[in-house]
Design a protein around this ligand. Structure first.
Ligand code: 5GP
Ligand code: MG
Ligand code: MG
Length: 178
């Protein structure tokens, strides 16, 4: 897999540092609350497991699976709910954990869904933020790294289902997808 990577953007050590920084901030901000952590499958599972272990409050973890990319390199423009969360969010402080915010469609879909079910608060913690890709308004409250408008893989992020298990984030060589 390493041979397919043109450039490493964030190393294992960079990622560890970002998780520790975000975990500290979240621990402060959620002190005294009992948030429901909502991890967005599949991409965010790597970031979720690392960041929650730095997040020192009583919390529950749930998952939601939505799809907009269908494995390719561009958002399809519609968001499908593949698998709903199992907890009741009525009155809960919900913290969404995402891998990357690009167009913002996935996040705004999930935020609307949670508020329509009477969540008390909804905040967003994303590993990567790609503000140049925004099509709809979506603002992350906690961001690991801000990335340029490039397609990245690794640490949960896939290309056609592969590269999620790379322990770092990188950019693919053009010949991989050309
Ligand atoms: P949005 O709905 O904000 O356009 O995109 C959200 C989803 O698109 C992310 O959760 C992720 O699965 C996928 N995505 C967006 N940008 C990238 C990227 O640069 N690389 C990969 N692998 N997936 C991306
Ligand atoms: Mg995602
Ligand atoms: Mg994907």
């Amino acid at each position: 897999m390493d041979n397919d990577i043109a450039r490493v953007l964030y190393s294992k050590a960079d990622i560890k540092e970002a998780c520790e920084r975000l975990g500290k901030q979240l621990t402060k901000d959620y002190a005294g609350k009992r948030p429901l952590i909502l991890s967005v499958l599949t991409g965010a599972m790597f970031f979720t497991t690392d960041v929650v272990r730095e997040f020192d409050v009583y919390s529950e973890i749930d998952f939601i699976d939505v799809s907009s990319y269908k494995g390719g390199m561009e958002s399809t423009g519609t968001v499908d709910l593949v698998s709903d969360l199992s907890e009741d969010v009525n009155g809960r402080d919900v913290l969404i954990i995402e891998d990357i915010v690009d167009t913002g469609r996935t996040l705004s879909y999930i935020v609307d869904l949670l508020y329509s079910r009477n969540a008390k608060s909804v905040k967003i913690c994303t590993f990567l933020d790609k503000p140049a890709g925004r099509v709809v308004e979506a603002k992350a409250d906690y961001v690991g790294f801000t990335v340029p408008k490039e397609f990245v893989v690794g640490y949960g992020l896939d290309y056609q289902g592969y590269y999620r298990n790379l322990p770092y984030v990188g950019v693919l060589k053009p010949e991989v997808y050309e």
